[in-house]
Design a protein around this ligand. Structure first.
Ligand SMILES: *Cc1c(COP(=O)(O)O)cnc(C)c1O
Length: 226
């Protein structure tokens, strides 16, 4: 077995154990493979073991890999910060966007989503850790943003996403993820998605209801930004 295939098996086992520990059906938890900085060949290898959902943070890098992988039926998720001048290519080339944190971006995605494609799946990114993290809307802004996004054409609001402040303390990890779940429930909208949990905290996220865990390092190894 290749390293990537072995890693996928290990992450799959972690997901199943975490699901079992909280009485959840592991089939309700999606594994989103975060392939940023990794070559198309790594995605091809992961796909060969059955993964279809891939998350990318950098637009140009993602578009390049998509061109190399047109022979595969992949689902592409944009999970990085969005500049408004990038909304058009993101709306054209992705199936999901997890990192919408302001209305202007949602409006541009709605305006640019091609009519022949299905609605773009949207998660609103929320900053549940306050000062410690810069990305995401403030919890106080969420209700108004969510209401406005549900009114936009060509988008389907699916749920919430967060990247909490990094901590090794499982209780603090769970508190942040619980906050996102409570915010989702407080909206009174039918939202089926909680995108939360990464390589180091997927167990805590699954314990609090994650439906996508976004896993990079544990699947593809450490990233090299040099
Ligand atoms: C890079 C990244 C991940 C993956 O993080 P790992 O710790 O490598 O698993 C998940 N979500 C987002 C938004 C990311 O940018």
């Amino acid at each position: 077995m290749s390293t990537i295939a072995e890693n996928i098996a290990k992450v799959g086992a972690r997901i199943r154990e975490a699901a079992q520990a909280s009485g959840r059906d592991s089939s309700t938890i999606g594994l989103l493979a975060v392939s940023k900085t990794k070559p198309a060949a790594a995605i091809r290898e992961a796909h060969a073991t059955g993964l279809v959902d891939f998350g990318e943070n950098y637009l140009q890098e993602a578009l390049g890999k998509q061109l190399e992988l047109t022979d595969l039926a992949l689902t592409w998720h944009f999970i990085g910060p969005i500049q408004s001048n990038k909304a058009k290519p993101i709306a054209e080339h992705f199936d999901w966007v997890h990192s919408v944190d302001r209305l202007k971006i949602a409006e541009r995605l709605a305006a640019q989503r091609p009519a022949e494609l299905p609605p773009l799946n949207i998660c609103l990114q929320v900053n549940v850790s306050g000062e410690a993290s810069k990305s995401g809307c403030a919890p106080e802004e969420l209700a108004a943003l969510a209401q406005a996004v549900t009114q936009l054409p060509r988008l389907k609001l699916r749920g919430l996403m967060t990247i909490p402040e990094p901590t090794d303390d499982p209780a603090r990890q769970r508190a942040a993820f619980a906050r996102l779940r409570e915010l989702r429930d407080s909206l009174g909208l039918e939202l089926d998605t909680l995108s939360m949990g990464m390589s180091h905290d997927l167990e805590a996220a699954i314990g609090e209801g994650a439906t996508w865990v976004r896993i990079g390092t544990a699947l593809f190894g450490a990233r090299d930004y040099s």
